[in-house]
Design a binder for this molecule. Sequence first.
Ligand code: PLP
Ligand code: ZN
Length: 422
Amino acid sequence: MAEQQGHMKALRCRECGREYPLEARHVCEFDFGPLEVVYDYEAVKDKLTRKTIEGRRQNMWRYAELLPVAGEPTVGQEVGFTPLIKADRLAERLGVRELWIKNDAVNYPTLSFKDRVVSVALSRAREMGFDVVACASTGNLANSVAANAASAGLKAFVFIPNDLEKGKVVNSLIYDASVIGIKGHYDEVNRLCAEIAGKYNWAFVNVNMRPYYAEGSKSQGFEIVEQLGWKIPRHTVVPMASGSLLTKIHKSYQEAVKIGLVEQVEYSVHGAQAAGCAPISTAFKEGQDFFKPVKPDTIAKSLAIGTPADGFYALKVFQETGGASDDVTDDEIREGIRLLAETEGIFSETAGGVTVGVAKKLIASGAIPADDSAVLCITGNGLKTLDAVENHAGQALEIGPSLREFEALLQSDKELGTAKQK
Ligand SMILES: *Cc1c(COP(=O)(O)O)cnc(C)c1O
Ligand SMILES: [Zn+2]
C-alpha cells in the first residue's frame, strides 16, 4: 500500500498494525494508536554491518539505514557519537562493579540528546517539503529545534511552558526562533500544539512528525552497543519524560540483534523519573499497566510531562526486559548532580541528577545487582539549569590579591572543603 522510501516501508499502527503512507501523521485513524516507521530489515541487514559502520564518520548518521530519512540527511550532520565514559569513581560510590556514563550533555550543537531527534525530524521535514518547523517543548527540544532550524535556514516556532529555566529560554531566543511561552504546564502546551498542527501546514517535530522524530533516539542505543565493543549492556538506566527515549533505546538493542550487529543477551532497561512528576514509575511500583496523569511539580523541568505519550509502552519495556522504575525527590536530584560532578567531572542538568539518583536506589535495592554492569544515560547539560543548584553548590572564597591573605585563609581553615559549606 505505502510506497517504500529509502529503507522505510511504511508507517504502522502499534496497536492494530494498519499501515499508512510515509506522511506527516502520527496516529491511527481507527484506534488512535501511535504510528511507527517500518523498515526493510532484509535490505538493511546486508548494508549495515559492523565493518561499514566502523568505516563511517563518527556521528549518529553512521546508522543511517535505521534512521527514517529517505535521502541524505541535510540537518544535524555532526550530531551524536558522544563519549561513553567508564565511571569507576561513581561505581565505587554507588557500590556496583562497573558503570558507564553515556554523556549526551556534550551532544552537538545544543548539549542535550534532543539534537538526535531533531536532526532526524528536520532532515525528514525538509525532504517532505516543509519550510516551517515547530515543537512543544520542556526546554531542550526548543533549544535544539531553534538552533538546527537556524543552521538549516528553516523558520521555527517553539512553544514552551512559561516557567522554564532562564538558560533554556535564552538558549532558544538567541537563534531568532519565535519563542512562545504558554501560561500552563507542558501537557497544555502540547494540546495547543496538536490544535495548531491540525490547522497550519507546519512540521511539528513531536506532533505530526513524531514517528520520524522518535526514531532519532535509537542512535543513542546504537552508539552504546558499538562503544561497548558491540555488546548490549546488562543494565541501562534512562530518564523519562514522555518515555520515548527509553522505548527507543530498547528498540535499538532489538534492531542491533535483528540485523546481526550483536548477540542476543539478557538485558534490562530501567526508567528514572522525578518524584514531582512520576506517572510512569508510580504505575510500575503499583503493578499497573496504565499510568494516571499527574500535575508536575519538580525542579526537573525537562522531565515534567504529566501525561507521557509513551508511558504505556515504557511500562511494557520493564515487563519485557525485567527492568524497574523509580523516582527521586528534588533534594536527591541535586545530590545526584553533585555526585556525578564530584566523581566524574561531568556537570549534568536536573535530568542527569534524576538518572544518578534513581541508579543509586536501584543498586541499593538489588534491581541492579552489585556485581553487574550498567550504563547511565546522561541527557542534558548542567549549564542550562543553574537555577536548580546555584544556592546549593557552596560559595567561592574571597580574599584580597595578597599572599599574606591567602596564607591566613589556609591557616584559618585547614579543611577548605569545610569552609566551602558556609
Ligand atoms: C526530553 C528529555 C528527556 C526524555 O525525553 P522523552 O520524552 O522521555 O523521550 C530526558 N532528558 C532530557 C534532558 C530531556 O530534555
Ligand atoms: Zn490502529
